[in-house]
Ligand binder design. Structure first.
Ligand SMILES: [Ca+2]
Length: 508
C-alpha cells in the first residue's frame, strides 16, 4: 500500500472513519437561514422598492432567487417539521393541534444525517417542535445532544437575548436576539474554519414573528415613511374568497393588528424586524470572508411561512393564498458557474425540498421515499422541473378553515371541504400567471372548465397519497377521507366532531 493510502487509513481510524481534513476540501460548508413569518414583500430583491434589505439583495444577486417557492404547511410547527425531514405534514405527523414528532422521524432529519456524515452541526434560534419516543408519551428534552453546538430554544423563544438561556453570553452586546444570532453565526464560522471539518450551521431567526419588537438601534429606519400598499390590500380584495377563509384568526387580524387603521406604523415595525435579519446575514457573510471559506460555503435563505400583512383583508398566515404560503428562497452556491448572474427561477419548489437539497449538497444519500426533491438541478438549470404539483395543507385552526390546495407552475386549486353549519363545499381556482394577486376566482368560469378538471385530478391524486401515506397517529389518517371529494358531509361529520373534541384535549 502506498504511503498516502496508509495515511488515509490512519486518519480514518483516528477520527472515527472520517478523514475530515480531506473531506473539508471536497464537501461544502452549509448555512441554512430561516426567518419566522416573513413575507416576500419585505425584500427588495422580491420587488419591494420601499424596503432596505441590502445584504439579502446581494445574496440574491450572488446566488439564485426562487420565485415560486411554497411552504406546504404555512404555519410554524408544521413547516419546521417538514423543513427538517423533507416530509409533508401528514407524514412528519407534526403540527399544532395534532401532536409532536416521533423520535424515529427526527432521526432521519437533515441535521442528524449530516452529523452522521461527518459534518460539524449547530442550531440556533426557535426550534419549533417537540420530540416524543412514540405518540402519546411525554415529550423528550430538546435534542441539543444531536448537534455539536446547540444555541436553540424551546417554544417561541424571546426577542430579549438574556431570556434565551443558550444565548445569554451575547446579551450584553446584542440585547435584541436577532443580531445575537448573527454574532453566534460569526463565532461558529470562525471556530469551524479552524477545525477543517465541514459544517452545517442552521439559524432559525425569531424575527419578524409577533410581537412587533424590532431592535431599538433601528428605530430611525422608516420613521414617518409612507408605504405603498400592495394592489390586493384590504377587505374589498378578499370578498371572492370562500366563506370558510373568514372563519380564521387571520381574517380578524386585519383589524385586530391594525392593518386597517395604522398600516404605515405596523408595516414599518415589521420591515425593521426584517432589516435586523438583513444585518445579521451581513455579519455572517463577512465572517465567511474573513475565515477564507466564503468560496466553499453554500447559503440557503427562506422563511417558515409567509404573512398577509393586510393583503385581501387578512393578517397572519396558515391559509393557502400566495401571501401566506409563498415564501422567500435564495440559494447561493459560490462554486457554481450560475452564481453571480442574478438569476431567478420560476420552477415550483417547496419547503419539503430543503432537507433533500442540504443532503445532496453534502453528497449524502437522500433517504428513499421523501416527498421533497433536491433543488440543485434547478440551480444547474433554472427551467428544470422537480414537481408537477405541490399540496398546500391547512389542518390547523377551526375545522371550517381546513383546506387542501394544489399548486402547479400555472394554477392554484383550493378545496374548502367543510360543509357543516351554514357552509358548503367551495372551490377556488386561480391563474397564477395572469392573476398573481389572486383577484379572480376562475372555478365557475366556463373558459376554465378544462383547467378545473385537470386541477381536480391532481387534487384527487394528493388525497389518495395522503390516504396511503399518512402516519397512523395524531389524527392524520382521517384527513385523507375528509378531503376526499367523493365522500358526503354525512360521512365526514362524525370525524370532524371527533377531531374537534380531540384537538381541544391535546396539543395547545
Ligand atoms: Ca412562522
Amino acid at each position: 500500500m502506498k504511503n498516502k493510502q496508509w495515511m488515509s487509513v490512519l486518519l480514518g481510524l483516528t477520527l472515527g472513519g472520517f478523514n475530515f481534513a480531506a473531506e473539508a476540501q471536497t464537501r461544502p460548508n452549509i448555512i441554512f437561514l430561516m426567518t419566522d413569518d416573513q413575507s416576500i414583500h419585505s425584500m427588495g430583491c422580491y420587488g419591494n422598492g420601499d424596503v432596505q434589505t441590502p445584504n439579502l439583495d446581494r445574496l440574491a444577486t450572488d446566488g439564485m432567487i426562487f420565485d415560486r417557492h411554497y411552504a406546504t404547511t404555512a404555519i410554524c410547527m408544521g413547516s419546521r417539521a417538514t423543513v427538517m425531514t423533507g416530509l409533508l405534514e401528514y407524514r412528519s405527523g407534526t403540527n399544532f393541534m395534532h401532536g409532536h414528532m416521533q423520535k424515529s422521524t427526527w432521526q432521519k432529519s437533515y441535521p442528524v444525517l449530516l452529523r452522521q456524515a461527518g459534518y460539524r452541526t449547530a442550531f440556533a434560534g426557535k426550534f419549533g417542535f417537540d420530540i416524543q419516543e412514540v405518540p402519546g408519551t411525554k415529550t423528550l428534552p430538546v435534542p441539543s445532544h444531536d448537534f455539536d453546538v446547540w444555541k436553540g430554544g424551546e417554544g417561541q423563544t424571546s426577542y430579549s437575548t438574556k431570556k434565551n438561556e443558550s444565548m445569554k453570553e451575547y446579551a450584553d452586546e446584542y440585547p435584541h436576539c436577532t443580531l445575537s444570532y448573527g454574532a453566534f453565526g460569526r463565532d461558529f464560522i470562525k471556530e469551524s474554519a479552524q477545525t477543517g471539518q465541514p459544517f452545517c450551521l442552521s439559524i432559525s431567526f425569531k424575527a419578524p414573528h409577533l410581537p412587533r419588537n424590532a431592535d431599538n438601534r433601528f428605530n430611525k429606519l422608516y420613521k414617518d415613511k409612507i408605504f405603498t400598499k400592495p394592489d390586493n390590500f384590504g377587505r374589498e380584495n378578499g370578498l371572492h374568497f370562500a366563506k370558510q377563509s373568514h372563519k380564521t384568526r387571520g381574517y380578524n387580524a386585519f383589524e385586530d393588528r391594525d392593518y386597517d387603521k395604522d398600516y404605515n406604523r405596523v408595516i414599518a415595525q415589521y420591515y425593521r424586524q426584517v432589516y435586523g435579519v438583513d444585518v445579521a446575514v451581513g455579519m455572517i457573510r463577512d465572517a465567511l470572508k474573513e475565515a477564507g471559506i466564503d468560496q466553499n460555503t453554500v447559503i440557503l435563505y427562506t422563511s417558515d411561512n409567509g404573512y398577509f400583512c393586510g393583503a385581501h383583508g387578512f393578517g397572519l398566515k396558515a391559509l393557502p393564498y400566495e401571501e401566506a404560503s409563498r415564501v422567500p428562497m435564495i440559494i447561493y452556491d459560490p462554486r457554481h458557474s450560475n452564481s453571480g448572474k442574478g438569476l431567478r427561477s420560476a420552477t415550483l419548489t417547496g419547503n419539503v425540498d430543503i432537507a433533500p437539497t442540504l443532503l445532496d449538497l453534502a453528497g449524502c444519500s437522500i433517504p428513499e421515499g421523501l416527498d421533497g426533491r433536491s433543488m440543485l438541478s434547478v440551480y444547474e438549470k433554472p427551467t428544470a422541473t422537480i414537481h408537477e404539483s405541490l399540496p398546500l395543507i391547512n389542518v390547523w385552526g377551526v375545522s371550517a378553515s381546513h383546506a387542501l390546495t394544489v399548486v402547479t407552475k400555472d394554477h392554484k386549486y383550493i378545496n374548502w371541504s367543510y360543509a357543516g353549519e351554514n357552509y358548503e363545499v367551495t372551490e377556488e381556482l386561480y391563474d397564477l400567471n395572469r392573476d398573481s394577486l389572486e383577484l379572480v376566482n376562475m372555478a365557475q368560469h366556463p373558459e376554465a372548465k378544462e383547467t378545473l378538471k385537470k386541477m381536480q385530478k391532481l387534487y384527487d391524486g394528493h388525497v389518495a397519497h395522503w390516504g396511503q401515506q399518512a402516519v397512523d397517529y395524531n389524527s392524520y389518517q382521517q384527513f385523507g377521507m375528509l378531503f376526499d371529494r367523493t365522500k358526503t358531509w354525512a360521512e365526514k361529520e362524525p370525524f370532524v366532531v371527533e377531531l374537534d373534541r380531540a384537538s381541544h384535549q391535546s396539543v395547545k
